[in-house]
Write a protein that binds this ligand. Structure first.
Ligand code: HEM
Length: 509
């Protein structure tokens, strides 16, 4: 038997090689340029993602090879923004790819889909319908006092630990504290109960770290989803992989507590998300059961905390690195005489603040991968006439599109909020054409029928926290020559923003 093993292995290897050679020469994507190994195997992009270099690689390849680049035997990265509305259409003709199935959870041996990961429009429509209205700006603003509670808690912690008594002048890693805030606010609006990160000043039970590891796994293994069957979805996998199991258990616990004691919803007169999901359960009993409620709760935690934290950190980092921006923002905030914490309705009227937020989302989008979709039966015709066959995985990486010089100007690598405003020598009409285009092709929150569910919640938070922190405190980088640490994963996590904080002498606190 062992004597046959080596020839069998050799035969197998020759078979695999032959398969790839034939696939290479007969591929309907022959006309699309790309690295040699990318045309042969998905291992090429798996390795690129493993090394966390994919946004840089993809940007370089698009610069060298044009708007369509092979990144896998059956995968094409696109960079022409005029295709955004086609690939990410509101009618959802281009379904999400298998990449997203890696995100599915396994419970008692069964794969459980969720509204983020599902490939099915029918599933998505069915389970989004009961909760869609909870995420409109009007609905989010009914929960504003829950956000305020967490902002007050953030400020209390920052003042006690870094600005008063013997702690005055102590260095603060604001990246950590924004992370704690972003998770606690999700706890507050979802369960009327923060997770306790701000209070403890720690990553309680390593929840944040685990979520980061899960996202890393998702982004890398998602390049070859078949591997997930042997790893994450394999109950006998010898490798212990990070999972959402603890987070799901946490949500299940909160649900059980609430069902046995509805008074736990101690929001100031308004319902939190859990209360609203339970209403949806009553209203749509055929669709929403306890498992679905747990799924919705989990999505708030896993899609809502890190994304918002990353953007908030980017805003602070880039404002601090650009003293002119800092001064302009500060002047606008002071002139507005804001309350503490800033009311969203006041903050949203401030054009420079809005430009700062938009520019941070442009220069540092929180998602660093191609948002993969599958070409439908009708195929895809590129603007230059080339066609992409049905079944091909296509998509765009925000880190490529947001660096498009025709759209955003030659200085795309620079943080310049002014690009979102009317220039001093720019005619009003010229500006309105330019800004319309920039906004039309801005897909920081994704697009089409799978656009980010939580975009209004994120927007309200970013306006409120940015305006509150910059009007209440003086903030500077401890060492302006020190750059932050960036991890180019599926979520582009950032750490290490060391600052000095002090309360403002007077004026707009
Ligand atoms: C600045 C903050 C945020 C950014 C930049 C962001 C970005 C995105 C992007 C780009 C997508 C599309 C992903 C894809 O097509 O693969 C997405 C989807 C999603 N986001 Fe967000 N997000 C943010 C905050 C939030 C928050 C606060 C929540 C919830 C509380 C949330 C919930 C979701 C959900 C549920 C989806 C899946 C939507 C679907 O497939 O129908 N996000 N987000």
């Amino acid at each position: 038997m062992p004597a046959l093993f080596v020839p069998a292995l050799a035969l197998g290897a020759i078979g695999v090689l032959l398969y790839h050679v034939v696939a290479y020469f007969t591929s309907p994507l022959k006309d699309i340029p790309g690295p040699f190994w990318a045309k042969i195997t998905d291992l090429w992009r798996f390795i690129d993602h493993y090394h966390a270099t994919q946004p840089i690689t993809q940007r370089r390849l698009h610069d060298e090879l044009g708007p369509a680049v092979r990144i896998g035997p059956n995968a094409v990265s696109l960079s022409d923004p005029s295709l955004l509305k086609t690939v990410y259409s509101t009618r959802g003709h281009f379904l999400k790819s298998d990449f997203y199935t890696v995100n599915d959870a396994v419970q008692d041996g069964h794969v459980i889909q969720n509204v983020f990961g599902t490939r099915s429009n029918a599933f998505h429509g069915k389970y989004m319908r009961p909760i869609q209205k909870l995420y409109t700006m009007t609905s989010i603003l009914t929960m504003e006092s829950l956000i305020d509670r967490t902002i007050v808690s953030l400020c209390e912690q920052l003042e006690n630990r870094f600005m008063s008594g013997k702690n005055a002048g102590k260095t603060c890693d604001i990246a950590d504290w924004i992370g704690f805030y972003a998770w606690d606010v999700v706890g507050e609006i979802t369960f009327s109960q923060p997770f306790g990160f701000l209070k403890s000043g720690n990553d309680v039970k390593s929840m944040i770290h685990t979520a980061e590891s899960v996202m890393h796994y998702f982004g890398v293994v998602g390049q070859m989803p078949v591997l997930d069957k042997f790893l994450g979805k394999n109950p006998y996998s010898p490798i212990k992989l990070p999972t959402f199991a603890n987070a799901a258990g946490f949500c299940a616990q909160r649900l059980m507590e609430r069902l046995s004691n509805p008074d736990l919803e101690k929001g100031q007169g308004q319902k939190d998300f859990l209360g609203r999901f339970l209403e949806a359960k009553q209203q749509y009993p055929d669709v929403v059961g306890d498992n679905e409620v747990i799924g919705y709760l989990l999505l708030n935690m896993l899609a809502g905390a890190d994304t918002t934290a990353i953007t908030q950190k980017a805003i602070i980092y880039f404002v601090l690195r650009n003293p002119q921006v800092y001064q302009k923002l500060r002047a606008e905030l002071d002139a507005a005489s804001l309350t503490f914490p800033t009311a969203y309705d006041d903050a949203r009227k401030l054009p420079y603040l809005e430009a700062v937020i938009q520019e941070a989302l442009r220069i540092h989008p929180p998602v660093g991968n191609v948002l993969e979709r599958v070409v439908p039966q009708s195929g895809l015709t590129l603007p230059d006439g080339r066609t992409i066959a049905p079944g091909t995985i296509v998509g765009m990486n925000q880190w490529v599109v947001t660096r498009n010089k025709e759209l955003f100007g030659e200085d795309v690598d620079i943080f310049r909020p002014e690009r979102w405003l009317c220039g001093e020598n720019e005619a009003e009409e010229e500006y309105s054409i330019r800004i319309k285009k920039m906004k039309e092709y801005d897909f920081s929150f994704g697009g089409g029928n799978r656009i980010c569910t939580g975009r209004f919640l994120a927007t309200a938070e970013l306006f409120k926290v940015t305006s509150t922190l910059f009007s209440k405190y003086d903030m500077e980088l401890e060492d302006p020559s020190q750059e932050w640490t960036v991890h180019l994963w599926w979520f582009v996590f950032v750490d290490n923003i060391k600052v000095k904080l002090s309360p403002r002498a007077e004026k707009a606190k």
